[in-house]
Design a protein. Structure first.
Ligand SMILES: [Zn+2]
Length: 208
């Protein structure tokens, strides 16, 4: 059954189900404790406000052992990405359908440099996971069968992910996060530690 993702939070839940049994963190990516973690629920039930004031649908968990925060992206090949997950999944879907890089770049709504970076990161992860690189089946300007709808990814409201693509993503998520880091160019941008995402008073996240 293909999975239709309506929004970014849906995309997070989708990855959580692919990475963790039952969609619940099996162990903490920071301390490896298996004490469990709880989801930090924004009090408005919609999303957090990031440091830039934008609303974020990132789903953040807190470890019961070390109390540090993490998301499904921690210690995976997607760790530190600034690209939203719906866009990532659209790129993976397009690639699996054999869509030419130029077409992916065209409809991703991202800058060419960002698309090159995404595709390079994806290619490294695919090799590390032992996944065969998808065969290119389309040429520039041609609609490709099986690919997602030919609309810009940016601002998309939903994405349908086929089962075989989901299995690809599952294999990629199972990789230790360090394996894809070789693709980073120059000095990696310093990521803001997840524990600083916002004042904890904003969350109904239990005792602090
Ligand atoms: Zn922990």
């Amino acid at each position: 059954m293909p999975t239709t993702l309506a929004d970014e939070a849906d995309a997070y839940r989708f990855l959580e189900r692919l990475r963790w049994p039952g969609g619940v963190p099996a162990d903490c990516p920071h301390c490896a404790a298996r004490d469990g973690a709880w989801l930090l629920t924004p009090v408005d039930g919609v999303g957090r406000t990031t440091s830039t004031g934008a609303r974020s649908a990132r789903r953040i968990w807190r470890c019961r052992g070390c109390r540090r925060q993490f998301s499904v992206l921690n210690a995976t090949f997607l760790q530190g990405t600034r690209t939203d997950l719906l866009t990532w999944l659209a790129v993976v879907t397009d690639r699996a359908a054999g869509t030419a890089d130029a077409i992916i770049a065209d409809r991703s709504g991202l800058t060419p440099a960002t698309v090159r970076h995404l595709l390079a990161r994806l290619a490294v992860a695919e090799r590390a996971a032992g996944l065969a690189p998808p065969a290119a089946r389309s040429v520039a300007g041609e609609r490709c069968p099986g690919a997602v709808e030919a609309q810009p990814v940016a601002g998309r409201v939903s994405l349908t992910v086929a089962d075989d693509v989901a299995e690809r993503v599952r294999a990629l998520l199972a990789l230790p996060g360090g394996k894809a880091r070789a693709v980073r160019h120059g000095t990696p941008a310093r990521r803001r530690p997840l524990r600083q995402v916002g004042p904890s008073a904003e969350y109904g996240d239990g005792p602090d």
